[in-house]
Design a protein around this ligand. Structure first.
Ligand SMILES: C[S@@+](CC[C@H](N)C(=O)[O-])C[C@H]1O[C@@H](n2cnc3c(N)ncnc32)[C@H](O)[C@@H]1O
Length: 464
């Protein structure tokens, strides 16, 4: 029973006693990591001294380590991280703008969210040096941190930008107007002979399209016309953020209207795509994107900046210094992003061959014949080059977190986390923790052998 003379404590007071931000305490309450106190008549939480003590104990990380593979230093944040159920079996993963565009091997937002909350503070800068679709960046912004993203895939930089850019009211108006204009295309596209008000011909767009060979091999002729017309309209938008968002919505539907089997299979298959379907899918993608960006724009404060750099991580890109790194690097031999995204990159006017040259880990490089074939040593050398730059950019005794699974290269098993830990150690990073999580069974890989690997590691290194 609480002492009747005891003065109730507010959420802010208890957070201060525990030495954590109020938002962190609210998350612990949401996740039932600490006991929920009663509310006063205004609905505010009021903590008893005992409840406050439970929070401070939790903040100190004073409970035994339940995970046999984890090695932890004295930092209580690491102690708290180890108690998370990293499988997040029931977590919703497509909130805010996370679902704007499919992206193979993106991590679930709950992973960077927990790492950012525990290993950085409000106002810090969080970097993802292989940012892909920008999962870390959006989580950093919504947790009131600045964000820096780097990726060599031009499509990744575009998606990350769309995912993290808020729009003004006048930009939402331009988006609505664009939508109405695209509905007009639908009237012409849906009828193979045109409609009463036009020239009685099937839709022929004057817009730009990729090389004829690409169009003929991967798309039905009417799909090419509709994509070219949509691209033309998108290109005419005056606001850069609106143009980026619409380009991403257009890119999101390209694989579904093409003959590419799926986002993770680069083989041709016939699909039934009727005239008008391409514009219809674009409109529905645009509606979902508009709703998501509206919700995100209302939540994210403009004072938190997001810098996105389209660059090779091996080229020591110039960025502001950062306080924390949360990233999921490409695994050797697992994915070939330049291939998965080839039709999209071509439609957006990018050169997949350039990205192919610098892509780390691609299945293509690891399955090449002869002397050019990449090996685990190639991957090690790449990280030997990245770590010194990372060390230079990372402030103080900051943490660098890598979410990575194992690979199979030439029939042999490769423990990528150990490989990264060794490269990090040579560059002055010590291993602070290694946590194993189960990968959702729905996650697909280009290389089926990798697809059979069911676990991945969260490797936390600290600048020594
Ligand atoms: C596993 S994905 C990251 C996914 C990301 N965590 C997300 O949630 O979307 C790895 C990323 O590394 C990028 N990448 C591959 N080689 C690169 C390089 N040399 N420099 C920078 N990024 C590269 C790929 O384009 C890909 O987006």
């Amino acid at each position: 029973m609480a002492d009747a003379t005891e003065r109730p404590l507010t959420t802010a007071q208890v957070a201060a006693m525990a030495g954590v931000h109020r938002d962190t305490l609210l998350r612990w309450l949401r996740e039932r990591r600490v006991p929920e106190p009663r509310r006063d008549r205004h609905g505010w939480r009021v903590f008893t001294v005992r409840e406050a003590a439970a929070v401070t104990d939790y903040a100190k990380g004073d409970t035994p380590d339940p995970t046999p593979h984890a090695r932890y230093a004295a930092n209580p944040a690491l102690g708290r991280l180890r108690r998370i159920d990293w499988d997040f079996p029931t977590a919703k993963t497509d909130y805010l703008t996370h679902g704007l565009h499919p992206y193979p091997a993106k991590f679930i937002p709950q992973i960077p969210n927990a790492l950012i909350q525990e290993l950085s503070s409000v106002g810090d800068t969080v970097a993802d040096i292989f940012c892909g679709s920008g999962t870390t960046l959006l989580e950093a912004l919504q947790l009131k941190r600045h964000a820096i993203g780097i990726d060599a895939n031009p499509l990744a930089a575009l998606i990350s930008r769309a995912k993290t850019t808020t729009l003004t009211d006048s930009e939402f108006d331009e988006l609505d107007e664009h939508r109405r204009a695209c509905e007009q295309i639908l009237m012409r596209a849906a009828s193979p002979t045109g409609d009463l008000f036009h020239d009685g011909q099937p839709l022929r767009s004057s817009g730009w399209r990729p090389a004829r060979k690409v169009c003929e091999f991967w798309f039905l002729p009417h799909v090419v016309e509709e994509l070219a017309e949509l691209r033309l309209r998108v290109g005419r938008l005056s606001s850069e953020p609106v143009r980026t968002l619409c380009t991403v919505a257009l890119s999101a539907i390209i694989v579904s209207v093409s003959k590419q089997d799926s986002d993770t299979r680069y083989v041709r298959r016939e699909k039934a795509v009727e005239p008008g379907d391409t514009v219809r899918r674009y409109l529905s993608q645009l509606d979902a994107a508009t709703r998501a960006v509206r919700e995100m724009s209302a939540l994210i404060e403009d004072r938190f900046q997001c810098q996105i750099v389209g660059a090779d991580a091996l080229s020591a890109p110039l960025t502001m210094p950062f306080d924390l790194v949360v990233t999921s690097p490409p695994y050797p031999n697992a994915y070939s992003y330049h291939l998965y995204h080839r039709t999209r990159l071509l439609w957006l006017g990018h050169d997949p061959a350039r990205f192919k040259e610098i892509e780390i880990g691609s299945h293509r490089k690891y399955s090449a014949k002869g002397r050019n074939r990449a090996t685990p040593e190639t991957f090690r050398r790449e990280f030997d080059a990245i770590f010194p730059w990372l060390r230079e950019r990372l402030k103080g005794r900051g943490y660098a977190c890598f979410v990575i699974g194992d690979s199979r290269v030439a029939g042999a098993h490769v423990d990528n986390a150990s490989l990264l830990a060794a490269a990090g150690a040579d560059a002055g990073f010590r291993e602070a923790a290694r946590i194993t999580r189960t990968i959702a069974p729905t996650r697909k890989s280009f290389n089926p052998r990798i697809g059979r690997i069911k676990q991945e590691n969260i490797l936390i290194l600290q600048k020594a």
